[in-house]
Design a protein around this ligand. Structure first.
Ligand code: SAM
Length: 259
């Protein structure tokens, strides 16, 4: 049931907004009165914020079935921070709780003063309504589309064996994995050259342990930016268990852009 005319709405409850790379949108304050017979029923039917759960969705992935990063309760969301993949992330609401309360109080007052009655719907949506989601206008490439099989090594191998692999496989990056295929480091031809310059001969002294990675369902654009930001030319692609699925290199990205 809708009672109101958006054209006559107070601007306090109707605001224009604009989001970077999304476009313009509208904030509309809506109050929905729910008829409940008595206090006992209200108590029984009410649910608390810690009983309402929602998914945290990665909006950085510009496609309709965006990856779900986790589930949180409204209580956590209202607390100002949530924990995602072991990391504390600050959160805040995009809609205003203060205005929502004001709407609820106004509606309550109208009902108490006999100004607001439940009425029949002004108009129903036709039963055969078909909702058409907006078309995606831009084709997006994902890491999974360009990643290659990663050439790997193990912790116990010699520096020479890794150097040989770089030559025979004609790659610049060797991904170090454990026995379960989980990422433990990265060695590049640059590292081998530097090792030679500094007279280092042990793989453990040469390998980079803090590896910057990508996810397969991540847009290529964000992965490419991450490489530029860290001045590196490849990202091992891993799953949620840190298992190596492949590698994406700056070269592969340039090839795709050049096509
Ligand atoms: N620009 C060159 C390149 O792209 O390899 C060299 C500079 S880069 C700072 C060299 C260092 O970055 C090397 O020690 C290498 O092990 C490290 N490195 C390369 N890829 C990496 C990645 N995905 N995560 C973390 N370190 C990485």
């Amino acid at each position: 049931m809708v009672r109101g005319n958006a054209k006559k709405m107070s601007p306090e409850f109707l605001r224009g907004a604009s989001f970077t790379r999304y476009g313009t949108t509208l904030y509309v304050g809506i109050g929905v009165p729910i008829p409940i017979l008595n206090l006992g029923l209200a108590k029984k039917t009410a649910i608390r914020d810690d009983e309402i759960f929602t998914n945290v969705v990665d909006y950085g992935v510009p496609r309709r079935d965006r990856p779900v990063l986790g589930q949180v309760s409204y209580k956590e969301l209202k607390s100002g921070s949530i924990t995602l993949a072991g990391k504390r992330v600050r959160v805040s609401s995009l809609s205003s709780l203060k205005i929502a309360r004001k709407i609820a109080i106004t509606l309550k007052k109208w009902i108490e003063e006999g100004e607001f009655y439940l009425t029949s719907p002004v108009e129903r949506l036709p039963f055969d309504t078909i909702f058409k989601p907006m078309r995606q206008t831009e084709e997006v490439s994902f890491v999974a589309n360009v990643m290659q099989k990663a050439v790997t090594c193990k912790e116990h191998e010699s520096l020479q064996a890794v150097a040989e692999r770089i030559v025979t496989q004609s790659v610049n990056h060797i991904v170090m994995v454990d026995d379960n295929g989980r990422l433990t480091g990265i060695v590049t031809s640059w590292d081998i050259t530097r090792a030679l310059a500094h007279g280092k001969t042990v793989l453990a002294e040469v390998v980079t342990r803090r590896v910057i990675t990508a996810k397969p369902d991540e847009p290529l654009e964000t992965a490419s930016k991450r490489m530029a930001q860290h001045n590196i030319s490849a990202l091992p692609v891993i799953d949620n268990e840190k298992r190596v699925l492949g590698i994406v290199t700056a070269e592969d990205v340039s090839k795709l852009l050049g096509r």
